[in-house]
Design a protein around this ligand. Sequence first.
Ligand SMILES: *Cc1c(COP(=O)(O)O)cnc(C)c1O
Length: 228
Amino acid sequence: MTDLAQRLADVDSRIGEAARAVGRDVGELTRIVVTKFHPASLVRELHDLGVRELGENRQQELSSKAAETADLTDLTWHFIGQAQTNKARQIRRAAHVVHSVDRERLVDALDAAAEPTDPVLDVLMQINLTADPARGGVDPAGVEALAERIATASTLRLRGVMAVAPLDEEPAAAFERLAGCAARVRSVVPEADWISAGMTADFAEAIAHGATHLRIGSAITGPRPPRA
Ligand SMILES: *Cc1c(COP(=O)(O)O)cnc(C)c1O
């Protein structure tokens, strides 16, 4: 077994344990492998190991990696980074799911960037769980208003919420607040039941607090090489 296969198997068994510990079915969980900073060749190795859900946090890197692996037609690319409105067209072209919708201008830009033949784009509302407005994500107070705005965008489908746990807080407490925001989003769009939460350091806590989509990088890929 390669080191990559071993790390993937280890993470999957830890995901299974964390789910069992709280009585959840592992079949409810989608494990996204975050390949940022790693070359497209890693995407191919992961694909050989059965990985189909991949995440990137920079638009340019996503676009080039998705293009380099375009022959792998069964991949689902998740865009998990801060999105600039002037890159909306490129993001739509490369990503199947955008996790980082956090403001009305971005909703409008993604919606306006749709070509007539584009499929509806799945999006998640990113919630800022920190007190720092400079971090990505909508302030929790604005969750219902942004959900309503997304619901009116005919080329977008709101699937749920996403967040990164703050560094200065127990992840469990942060994920509990996220679950509260998720419920408020569902009061506007009942079928928006995805919760994207949990990274290498905190995916077990995220699973305990209802995460449906885990974004795991270094535990699977190994340490990230310096950006080229
Ligand atoms: C890099 C990244 C991850 C994965 O981080 P790891 O700690 O390597 O698992 C998850 N989510 C976002 C938004 C990221 O940028």
